[in-house]
Design a protein around this ligand. Structure first.
Ligand SMILES: Nc1ncnc2c1ncn2[C@@H]1O[C@H](COP(=O)(O)OP(=O)(O)OP(=O)(O)O)[C@@H](O)[C@H]1O
Length: 603
């Protein structure tokens, strides 16, 4: 069967699920189990008391000393009432516990998903297959575990009820239970088969489901709303949504029709068994081999057993279904971080002495067909500002991703003070680097937190946050906000205030400075800033970079000029490097790009 190659795999899964349930609430688990046992036994006990009542009534009516029996009959009715109340209380307790426990369980699993997403490296987040897995895991976390739990309990309850009814019916004849079991087989087989088909279908169309949720999120958030309205894209996206739905819906209809047909056929088979046994009971009663009480008892028991078998099958199928789906969750939770790291990481240097050296570094994105960096060698020394320039797609940002160990070079190595970056703990290494990416994040959080996230351990340090804001030029932006640093930024949450592109960039820059790290990486840090703000940012940057390693990526030559050294990348290779004057004198690609830009300013 899908996903379960062996019995040991099933046992493993069961153990894992049991562990999850237990971890989420041991007392709830025990409570649910106890109530389930009770609910399982009660139907057979009720039937049996029912039989005793009828037999007692018959005796009371037919004998002279019937009064004794009448009292007994009423006492039994009292017992029956008690059983009914107990059964209702058990069911109520069960559903209450399930509701409360289910929420806790869902939370536990969602938290595990978040932890896993945090642990996995960037490469996963750039792979569509990862999103399929994540989508499946998140979809399942909401209700599968609870479904699984309640089905497991229902099944236990059903098994107890079936066994107790089987014991009752075995008094009638050894063949009764086997007949009912045999006629239930078609139902079991077809139900399990369709569960598997349904699962395969849902999994196969995860990409379509993701495309649909992408359209939903596009049309449901502020980021895209502007362009969607301006380009009148709404009807187009809605039409795409419809087309995707039509594709998946057709398959759903086909499956439902096939499922319906098979269900009718298997129901006929199980009805034949039930009706046959019912006829047999009538025949026994007519031959006075059964009392009226017996007839009522056995007829009820046959009917109940038949129903129980059907719901047991359906419950088993749902359990199997949840088992399959929950396997997707476990597959996601079992993903392993791919970054090779040393088991005994090297100590991060207190102060960087020699600097960072790229040695013949090559890189190819996972699944890509060509290298985006090849044979890149250059150095970054403390106290020096290096600017990376190059046309779009030449590999500048990729170099930063390698430096920050968001990716691993596919060839060559990067050394920090003579040691390969792989020898350091990635989290510790990243603490050395303050970085702003060109696609920085606009956190829908307070201005204070937006900056403080740069060093989350210092989130309570207002002074540090304000200093970083000053360095990034965000202080002036924040002073104009209604609630200053406490202002919620972005429009998603209550009282949120949105900022302009340049203002957001200043906040992100402050976040990078919050680190006060020995390595500063600024990838297009001023792309959204006006000329005055840009000038100010670089004036401050010159003061701040003292003694630090600073790597600057920019298309603006006004920014690049001030760097100590400029490295020109083209097609993933270093074309030339040197100071601005040296490169201009060389009259190569840098000089060409520089004069192109300078020409743009001439009138
Ligand atoms: N996650 C990715 N997966 C596959 N290819 C990628 C990925 N990110 C970037 N690339 C490719 O790698 C190349 C280098 O991209 P990179 O972002 O490093 O360029 P860049 O020099 O920073 O460009 P820009 O000046 O436009 O910011 C490009 O051809 C790009 O298509």
């Amino acid at each position: 069967m899908v996903g379960f190659s062996s019995l040991s795999a099933i046992v493993n899964r069961l153990r894992r699920i049991a562990g999850l349930l237990w971890q989420s609430g041991p007392s709830s688990c025990l409570g649910l189990f106890g109530l389930t046992l009770l609910s399982g036994i009660l139907p057979a006990v009720q039937l049996f008391v029912g039989k005793l009542i009828i037999d007692t009534v018959v005796v009371a009516a037919s004998r002279a000393d019937g009064e004794v029996f009448t009292g007994r009959a009423f006492a039994l009715v009292g017992v029956e009432l008690g059983l009914l109340v107990l059964s209702a209380a058990a069911q109520m307790g069960n559903s209450m516990l399930e509701e409360v426990f289910g929420e806790k369980l869902t939370f536990e699993i969602n938290e595990q998903i978040l932890r896993k997403a945090d642990e996995l490296e960037l490469a996963y987040f750039e792979d569509p297959k990862f999103y399929d897995m994540l989508q499946r895991a998140q979809r399942e976390a909401g209700y599968r575990p609870l479904g699984l739990l309640s089905q497991l309990l229902n099944l236990v309850e059903g098994a107890i009820a079936i066994s107790s009814l089987a014991v009752l019916l075995s008094r009638l004849g050894f063949f009764v239970v086997p007949v009912l079991l045999l006629t239930a087989i078609p139902l079991v087989v077809s139900t399990l088969r369709f569960v598997r088909t349904g699962y395969l279908l849902v999994n196969a169309r995860t990409p379509e489901a993701r495309q649909m949720s992408y359209i939903q999120s596009l049309m449901g958030t502020d980021q895209a709303a502007k362009e969607i309205k301006l380009f009148n894209l709404g009807p187009y996206f809605i039409e795409s949504y419809r087309a995707l739905f039509a594709r998946v819906h057709k398959e759903t209809v086909d499956l439902a029709l096939r499922k319906g047909g098979a269900r009718i056929a298997s129901s006929v088979a199980s009805s034949i068994g039930y009706v046959g046994l019912y006829g047999y009971l009538i025949w026994l009663a007519l031959r006075r081999l059964l009392t009226i009480g017996d007839l009522t008892l056995y007829a009820g028991a046959v009917l109940q057993l038949n129903n129980q078998l059907q719901s047991f099958t359906r419950g088993g199928a749902s359990l199997y279904k949840n088992f399959l789906y929950i396997d997707d969750l476990f597959k996601f939770l079992d993903l392993e971080a791919r970054l090779p790291t040393s088991s005994i990481p090297a100590a991060i240097p207190e102060q960087i002495e020699q600097g960072i050296r790229f040695e013949n570094v090559s890189f190819r994105y996972p699944g890509a067909e060509r290298d985006v960096l090849s044979g890149v060698s250059f150095e970054l020394t403390p106290g020096e500002t290096v600017a990376l320039v190059g046309e779009n797609g030449s590999g500048k940002t990729t170099l930063v991703k390698l430096l920050t160990r968001l990716y691993e070079p596919t060839g060559g190595r990067i050394l920090l003070d003579g040691k390969d970056l792989r020898e350091y703990d990635p989290a510790h290494l990243r603490e050395l680097i303050g970085v702003i990416f060109q696609d920085f994040v606009r956190f829908h959080a307070t201005a204070r937190d937006n900056i403080g996230y740069g060093r989350v351990g210092e989130l309570a340090d207002d002074e540090r946050i304000e200093t970083a804001a000053g360095w990034g030029g965000a202080d002036a932006v924040i002073s104009r906000l209604d609630k200053g640093y406490q202002t919620m930024l972005g429009k998603w949450f209550r009282e949120g205030q949105d900022l302009s592109g340049g203002q957001w960039q200043k906040i992100a820059l402050a976040r990078a400075y919050m680190r006060d790290a020995p390595v500063l990486v600024l990838d297009e840090p001023t792309a959204a800033l006006d000329a005055r703000a840009e000038h100010e940012v670089f004036r401050k940057f010159r003061d701040l970079r003292q003694g630090k390693i600073a790597l600057l990526i920019s298309h603006r030559f006004s920014t690049v000029i001030s760097a100590d050294r400029i490295v020109v990348l083209e097609g993933g290779r270093i074309l030339e490097q040197g100071s601005h004057q040296e490169l201009i004198a060389r009259n190569g690609r840098y000089a060409e790009l520089f004069s192109l830009q300078a020409e743009g300013y001439r009138v």
